[in-house]
Design a protein around this ligand. Structure first.
Ligand code: HPA
Ligand code: ZN
Length: 333
């Protein structure tokens, strides 16, 4: 309880949270009803049954099946606004001061929802949260690895009008890692750079090996790495991350739910600290993985019992690793 109040009060930033992954079972069923969407009755029986199923994911792909099915209930601009505002309200209570949020345009456009509806809804939720709670945010488009590179290129091109207006700030890459090594996406990131996109990140080293993190840094020139936990398998990769001043967005509860490790105590966080690799602690898909950002901080504390001084340092790292400008960082710190 003492640790909880302390960790809650620390000014924290989150950099790895998929807005579609904040769709709680309750809101999922409610939106299905409102929008007349029929969910697969074999999978969607009740809130309690769904929550149980979420405790038994066997892999990233097993989770992604549910993650992608649930999106069917997100139809209107209001749906995206409500989803986003619910997340921001929840993390405001966790002491979050700045959120960098992923969304998957291809997953929505591919089922007939226009990009303008998705971006407008999420943006409204973010603006309302900033006005009410003072939480700042950035929106990051991810392209998905389960679709062809050609589709990723189209998605990047179509997002540029929202980058120009400041509604979208960066590019990431998510979904199935196995069978999709980072070099496959060199062209996509190059296109984004050519079009003037400044902030780039990539899911790498979640289920894929440390060598793929190396490729992400050396060949793609990306130094923000989402997950990156498998880097800890190779001291040379850890050294590379330090040399390049890279930043990892680690998601401890996600890693347990998706069987990357069996327990948070197996997280390489202490190895990263010993090696001098900078990182933040994040929720990934809070509605699916058993907790929001503070729950992740608490799980790490339960596993490693860091001192207050250590926690202050980690929270400061989370601020410094953010894509907000220096004025905002100063204001937070
Ligand atoms: N990894 C890959 N894709 C994802 C994830 C993740 O952790 N969460 C949502 N999409
Ligand atoms: Zn993720």
């Amino acid at each position: 309880p003492n640790a909880e109040a302390f960790l809650r009060a620390l000014p924290k930033c989150e950099h790895h949270m998929h807005i579609e992954g904040s769709l709680e079972p309750g809101l999922l069923f409610q939106l299905a009803k409102n929008n007349g969407v029929t969910l697969d009755p074999a999978r969607y029986t009740s809130i309690a049954a769904l929550e149980e199923r979420y405790k038994n994911f066997t892999s990233l792909d097993d989770f992604l099946l549910y993650f992608n099915l649930a999106m069917a209930v997100l139809i209107t601009e209001d749906d995206f606004e409500a989803l986003t505002f619910a997340y921001m309200t929840r993390v405001h209570a966790d002491g979050l001061v700045h959120a960098e949020i992923f969304f998957d345009p291809q997953a929505h456009v591919g089922r007939g929802i226009s990009l303008s509806v998705v971006v407008a809804g999420i943006s409204k939720g973010l603006e309302k949260a900033e006005a009410q709670f003072g939480i700042t945010s950035k929106l990051i488009m991810c392209f998905v690895r389960h679709l062809p590179v050609e589709s990723a290129l189209e998605s990047v091109e179509s997002i540029m009008e929202y980058v120009k207006t400041g509604k979208v700030s960066g590019l990431g890459c998510d979904s199935t890692e196995k069978g999709n090594p980072p070099e496959k996406y060199k062209e996509v990131y190059q296109r984004a750079r050519d079009l003037g996109m400044k902030h780039l990140t990539m899911h790498s080293g979640e289920e894929g090996p440390a060598a793929w993190v190396r490729t992400t840094v050396e060949e793609l020139g990306i130094t923000r790495i989402d997950h990156g936990v498998r880097s800890a398998d190779d001291p040379e990769v850890l050294k590379l991350l330090v040399d390049r001043n890279a930043f990892l967005t680690v998601c401890p509860l996600s890693n347990v739910r998706l069987r990357v490790h069996t327990d948070v105590s197996e997280s390489p966080i202490p190895k990263f600290m010993a090696a001098g690799v900078k990182f933040s602690i994040n929720s990934d898909d809070p509605a699916y993985f058993g907790g929001y950002v503070l729950d992740n901080y608490l799980a790490v504390h339960k596993a490693f019992s860091f001192s207050k001084e250590t926690w202050r340092g980690l929270a400061i790292d989370s601020v410094n690793g953010s894509w907000c400008d220096d004025d905002r960082k100063k204001e937070i710190l």
